[in-house]
Design a protein around this ligand. Sequence first.
Ligand SMILES: Cc1cc2nc3c(=O)[nH]c(=O)nc-3n(C[C@H](O)[C@H](O)[C@H](O)COP(=O)(O)OP(=O)(O)OC[C@H]3O[C@@H](n4cnc5c(N)ncnc54)[C@H](O)[C@@H]3O)c2cc1C
Length: 413
Amino acid sequence: MTRRFALMGGAGAAAALSVPALLKAAPADVSPDVIIIGAGIFGAWTARRLQEMGRRVTLVDAWAPAHARASSGGESRMTRGAYGPDEVYTRMAWESLADWKALSDTAALPLFYETGVLFFFPRIEPYVEDSLRVHARLGLPTERLDNDALRRRFPMIDFEGVEAGLFEPRFGALMARRAVQTLVATFVADGGRYVQAEIAPPTGAGEGLGHIQTATGERLSAGHYVFACGPWLPKLFPALLGSRIFPTRQEVFFFAPEAGDERFRPGRLPGWADFNGGDIYYGFPDLEGRGFKIAHDAHGPPMDPDLGDRIPSAQALADVRAFMIRRFPALAGRPLSEARVCQYENSANGDLLIDFHPEMNNVLLVGAGSGHGFKHGPAVGRYAAALLTGRLARVEPRFSLASKGETEKREVH
Ligand SMILES: Cc1cc2nc3c(=O)[nH]c(=O)nc-3n(C[C@H](O)[C@H](O)[C@H](O)COP(=O)(O)OP(=O)(O)OC[C@H]3O[C@@H](n4cnc5c(N)ncnc54)[C@H](O)[C@@H]3O)c2cc1C
């Protein structure tokens, strides 16, 4: 049994990550170089990267790594390289894939399934050509398929009205919650400290932040702070981010294929997205028996991550069912096996936020995953760690705070 497997334990990841176990494993006697607030995917990878660079790191979360309301708390997240002209995200996704595979190889249960990812389009649009051009330059093995080829390769999908597809054989599904839990467990096993505490909005201006305070009044201090609080970032920095990050309600559904129906299993059905003239639906094959996943990618209404209820709406269910009947007719009438309500934390155009606080120069803000951030976790962590340690002198303009608008106009897909 490997050390990591021993940490995960026979009772599984949930037991391994019980708060007492994590706290017990955590050395509290030395003050850290960096405190990271938020143990979602961005906070967890940033913690891991800094630890690999020899920094003492404390990771704090109000609830738990990838808890039920965190954006990283879902079952599965897609990783893919197609980003149209947005090469920066293709690079990050491709670079991150190697890290995901390496992490998955050391975990007790798979964190990555190489299902392949298929995007299809009613007509050949610039996104298709741009993606292919970027992928050719970066050496990604992406195939372009016409309608006949799509029908032959994926007979379980009705490609009526579809002109072209992009198939990325090397990408697939990340097991989201499990990946965050594995990462945090690995971080703790290697000497990192995890603390469960809600951090109050920090105050201070004109200089570095001296300390942060828990909701119960305990002070924690370090040289640097990373706030990777996902959809909670606007609550921690209301003046700065209240009008720059827009959490929206998103609903995800899982349907149970018939027993023995192999068509919707990984290996037959890839991860997929129908670009549908800009009104995107996406999903996954039946991973680990959780069901055929389907979601509408359109931004839902504003959502408070603390107060928003998680009851799936009849309207959203009817919407995905109607789409499913059209594109996956063999699943018509299959029962709903599970539904989840989560939130995207969108920037105005979908670009990530990784930049220093303008008034607290030892505070790094990391977030705005905007419905596509999970896959980039390893690259985000590396980038954030490089900024914090001075190995990177300049913030990528697209991740800068200055570039974050106050009017929603989604551009990154
Ligand atoms: C339905 C859905 C589908 C998605 N699909 C994909 C996909 O297919 N591919 C993809 O790449 N991405 C996808 N995403 C996006 C991706 O999941 C998110 O961008 C990513 O998980 C954001 O991670 P995060 O670490 O920024 O935030 P979170 O995971 O929300 O983590 C933030 C953490 O901060 C903690 N926190 C907040 N406030 C405090 C406080 N005051 N004190 C202490 N802790 C605090 C929270 O408890 C939480 O654990 C999807 C998102 C959703 C919701």
